[in-house]
Design a protein around this ligand. Structure first.
Ligand SMILES: O=C(O)CCC(=O)C(=O)O
Ligand SMILES: [Fe+2]
Length: 374
């Protein structure tokens, strides 16, 4: 039998075994069962959607391109005007930047990555307690991207949980690992404060002075929503056939992402996929759909995706921040005028977003597109 035929035969055996036990338990569980030497059919992307290794598509550009780096300490010092300009450029051209020299300690960051990894190390019986397809659940463990609607599954397991206001949600959080609530509670509070400081700078970079009565949007952010997503990507036997996460944009104003030392995140830049090099203890910050709407299209919510690899598992933690879930997001009146800058997006709210994603197959930036006024 040729190696290709043998591989196909193996794939069929794996598929049959898995279809019996169900893919919904996730990729960690799939790998733990130890018989995965090939990627089951359910995870194989159509050729056009597969991550490419073509030099012109990734490597050549990667070597020369780094995301803008914003130094948070500088932002708070006498060079604030220059840093605000760099921040504005980053949000306009890339929709992404890396944030260094922020005030969250290395210890808090390392503990967050560590406890997330240990959560996914728990036996399935423990994780299964949080598995639900109810998008409204305060804590939700799952797999793939949009588990019930994905035609092709992604090589990713996740734990999503609401964080703010903390006293409302903490009692729902996992109790295992034993230090989960303590470590994550500290991390959630500190990232929320960092988000508020960065958001204030972003408003200033847009020319919106929050002291003005009608734009007192910072008060709303203080009451805002925060959702944490811990992602786990096990090593994958055939990483060129699948993705950890498909191209997508994030819904909120800003996402503060921590990645461990394993690369995998790619950002779309000038129609090419660029790998984001992990910088120890830095945050990858990106503009979400709500900020694109609020800035009336000035700042861009950019597509990103995650590649997996054959050797190492990878952990990342995304903290998604927005206004309270019951608020309407609309272009700031300060950034709209009838002539040069007509209103480019419809007002939107979280219920509309949830209704949209619950009834449509996930596809890139479709939700944001659906809010555009033409
Ligand atoms: O794992 C990553 O690096 C990115 C995760 C991500 O894009 C998300 O959780 O929305
Ligand atoms: Fe994302």
């Amino acid at each position: 039998m040729s190696p290709a035929m043998a591989l196909n035969e193996q794939r069929s055996k794996d598929d049959t075994a898995e279809e019996k036990s169900g893919y919904e338990k996730g990729v960690k569980h799939l790998c733990e069962k130890g018989h995965i030497r090939s990627v089951p059919k359910k995870y194989i992307l159509p050729v056009a959607d597969r991550p490419t290794k073509r030099v012109e598509d990734s490597n050549a550009l990667n070597q020369n391109l780094q995301l803008p780096i914003i130094d948070f300490a500088e932002l708070l010092g006498p060079n604030r005007p220059q840093v605000l300009q760099s921040l504005a450029n980053a949000c306009q051209q890339y929709g992404f930047f890396q944030l260094v020299n922020h005030c969250i300690s290395d210890d808090v960051i390392r503990s967050m990555i560590d406890v997330s990894g240990r959560f996914f190390d728990l036996p399935l019986e423990e994780r299964v307690k949080y598995m639900t397809t109810d998008m409204g659940a305060p804590v939700r463990c799952g797999t793939s991207f949009s588990q019930t609607k994905d035609k092709v599954l992604c090589w990713r397991d996740f734990l999503k949980f609401l964080c703010h206001p903390l006293p409302d949600f903490l009692p729902h959080w996992p109790v295992s690992p034993v230090d989960f609530r303590k470590v994550v509670g500290t991390y959630a509070e500190e990232t929320r404060h960092l988000f508020l400081a960065v958001m204030e700078a972003i408003l200033e970079s847009l020319g919106i002075m929050e002291k003005e009565e009608e734009e007192n949007v910072m008060k709303e952010f203080e009451k805002g929503s925060q959702m944490m997503v811990a992602n786990f990507y096990p090593p994958c036997p055939e990483p060129e056939l699948t993705l950890g996460m498909p191209p997508h944009s994030d819904y909120g104003f800003l996402t503060l992402l921590l990645q461990d030392e394993v690369e995998g995140l790619q950002v779309q830049y000038q129609d090419k996929w660029v790998t984001v090099q992990p910088i120890p203890n830095a945050f990858v910050v990106n503009v979400g759909d709500h900020l694109e709407i609020y800035s009336n299209g000035k700042y861009k919510s950019v597509l990103h995706r995650v590649m997996v690899n054959e050797v190492k598992s990878r952990v990342s933690v995304a903290s998604l921040h927005s206004l309270p879930f019951n608020c309407t997001v609309k272009p700031s009146p300060k950034l709209v005028d009838d002539e040069a800058n007509p209103k480019r997006y419809m007002d939107t709210d979280f219920a509309t977003f949830l209704a949209y994603v619950s009834s449509h197959e996930p596809n890139k930036k479709d939700f944001l597109e659906s809010r555009k006024l033409h």
